[in-house]
Design a binder for this molecule. Sequence first.
Ligand SMILES: [Zn+2]
Length: 116
Amino acid sequence: MSEFAKKVDDIVGNIYKMLVAKNKKYGNSALKPIRVFSKSSNVEQLLVRIDDKLSRLSNQNAGEDEDVIDDLIGYLILLKIAHTEDDGKCKNCGREKFEEVDEFVEACSHCGYIKE
Ligand SMILES: [Zn+2]
């Protein structure tokens, strides 16, 4: 394994451990939020968290807080997972009713989001 490959393996391995540990500790709350008040979709909630981390990064010197970078990478991976999961809800607004646009396409009846 090259020096570069070792560094990548080390960093990816640490992110992997962090994500699995957090999933064990907090359950699947990032991908299956309880939603008492918020009705936004999993994807929308993750985007808000990602924006929050990006905002924190932009307000401090780069590299000052490695935890923020790790969290950001973690949320981006969760976003990739959320994109692959179909829970029957609109990925934009989190509601459940779709209407047919044509034979192959469905759109959310609330926000018009086209279902993939
Ligand atoms: Zn919608």
